[in-house]
Design a protein. Structure first.
Length: 128
């Protein structure tokens, strides 16, 4: 199997993670008073199961080119838990405009299919 075109090098991934920690991570630490989660884990089987579910539900709806959008969120703060970051996956359907790359024609979320959020996150966060 050929490597996907959008793969990046380990070095580039490390640079991107370092930049996030140096900028946004610092801001979150200062604003919230604690280090937040910044990495999330799914098993390949879990991801594949969800992708298969999205493909099947999309096909039932006549959606030919479904996609997945990744969102950051945060759990509500309680007396027992801090408001850690989470990530959820949102199904999309193809844009109806002339160009799928134009911002105004980006693939819209498909709110008829449930998002996916049951993930594990590293604590403390792992360096890449």
């Amino acid at each position: 199997m050929k490597k996907p075109k959008k793969c990046i090098s380990v070095e580039e991934a490390r640079k991107e993670q370092d930049e996030w920690v140096r900028t946004r991570g610092k801001d979150i630490r200062e604003a919230e008073g604690y280090e937040d989660t910044r990495e999330f884990w799914y098993s390949v089987d879990e991801l594949q199961e969800y992708l298969d579910y999205v493909k099947e539900k999309s096909k039932e709806q006549g959606v030919e080119k479904p996609g997945i959008r990744f969102y950051l969120g945060a759990y509500p703060k309680t007396n027992e838990k801090k408001s850690y970051t989470t990530m959820f996956l949102s199904p999309t359907k193809e844009a109806k405009g002339d160009t799928e790359n134009a911002e105004e024609d980006s693939d819209p979320n498909n709110y008829e299919i449930e998002p996916y959020n049951t993930i594990g996150s590293g604590w403390p966060p792992m360096e890449y």
